[in-house]
Design a protein. Structure first.
Length: 213
């Protein structure tokens, strides 16, 4: 159980695929103009990542090393197609908003990275947990960035007005340049928090050693 909790913390905080590893930058910058788009993309990635991790883990011993990457792409594309068809059927507005970025999940470096680095080397249950944790980390990062951009760039959250008529939206935040700007501030905040946490741990360890001596 502790190992699964560690995996979850690793995917969401310690080794977040977006703000720590800087993977999946294309959808991160493109779909975060609204929180709805961010959450929709995030859940699509969670579904594909979890299912592909499970399947790759199950067949990892049968895939020749020479064609493993091609095999992973074929497996991932199957799950992406299934997710895309479900979104088209049940969430047509989201499908229209995300457009080409749903099919592009096939080549999302987060999916391929976890397939190669984790699912191909581990059993099914840890692979499922890895997919969920990394997918959640990606979704949370997208949602945070989208919240800032939508709130400051349009004055709304989930398309509902938050501020009164006095508020003048900063249009730059919903433009491409605003995506880079917001991402930079979010990454800086995350790094500051991580560095502060690491510093506190070092101080605690020093105090513990001094007390032992």
């Amino acid at each position: 159980m502790n190992s699964y909790i560690k995996q979850l913390r690793d995917g969401v905080v310690t080794n977040n695929p977006t703000v720590v590893q800087f993977l999946g930058m294309c959808p991160t910058l493109a779909v975060t103009t609204s929180v709805k788009n961010a959450i929709g993309m995030g859940f699509a990635v969670i579904a594909v990542l979890t299912c592909s991790n499970l399947f790759i883990s199950l067949v990892r011993k049968f895939i020749p090393k020479e064609v493993r990457i091609a095999s992973y792409i074929v497996i991932i594309s199957g799950f992406v197609t299934a997710v895309e068809l479900l979104i088209k059927a049940f969430l047509p507005a989201l499908d229209e908003s995300l457009g080409l970025f749903i099919p592009l999940i096939v080549v999302n470096c987060i999916i391929l990275a976890r397939a190669e680095a984790f699912a191909s080397k581990n059993k099914p249950l840890p692979s499922i947990m890895d997919g969920i944790s990394m997918g959640l980390g990606f979704t949370i990062s997208l949602t945070v960035i989208a919240s800032v951009r939508e709130l400051l760039g349009a004055g709304t959250l989930f398309d509902y007005p938050v501020f009164g008529e006095w508020f003048s939206p900063a249009i730059i935040f919903i433009l491409p340049s605003g995506a880079f700007l917001t991402l930079g501030f979010v990454v800086a905040a995350v790094q500051k928090i991580r560095n502060s946490s690491a510093e506190r741990k070092r101080i605690e360890e020093l105090k513990k050693r001094m007390n032992e001596e």
